[in-house]
Design a protein around this ligand. Sequence first.
Ligand code: PGA
Length: 248
Amino acid sequence: MRIIVKENYDEMSKAATNIVAGQLYIKPDSILGLATGSTPEGLYKNLVKVHETVGLDFSKVVTFNLDEYYNLPRENPQSYHYFMNEHLFSKVNINLENTYIPDGMTEDLDIECKNYDDLIEKMGNIDLQILGIGQNAHIGFNEPDIKFEATTHLVKLDDETIEANSRFFTSKKEVPEYAISMGIKNIMLAKKIILLASGENKAEAIYKTVLGSVRPDAPASILQLHRDVVIILDKDAAKLLPENLIEK
Ligand code: PGA
């Protein structure tokens, strides 16, 4: 694991932008794994800017989102379909037919999950996966559990996650209780992974990710077994990490 610590959220987002833009310059038809939530908003904003100013090309890019709420229509402003459109897809020259997000309104969950897995595999797996992290160390919506779920699946969201995400809704009871999420195997098969975290409320999850035992009750800890992970943090999220682990 490479661990990069930046002064603040903007610097963290810039470092992530360089990696993603670099990936697209080197391989314009990259398959990106995308995350939602507050953390990657700065990254997406910067990518739009790089597209507008120096023409970063998304025309051949394929994307797979990590997750989507179950039973929340895509037109709902809190859906991840809506988020992606708003923050990235409508602002760059991506072909929407190459953007995949689990269908939270599916009538057949098993088929939806299997098709998602099959498609990722058929495309040759993800080149660069972008991850945020939950305060409970979830990645995607892989919540702490007694086992690692390998593939795309329906998740019952933890109360902690519902609480954390209620800031986007008018009340906690409006937050969907379930979501469809890629599994740990989908994520671990990505060729390169960047995980972003900012803020003190992520410090403990980051500590468990980097220094804890690899166990399903801290899902992000599995990343210790991946060959190419870059963790990009702001100072607050890195607060519990020893200095000697941080890249100079
Ligand atoms: P956040 O969510 O970026 O909104 O903090 C991250 C996550 O829950 O994975």
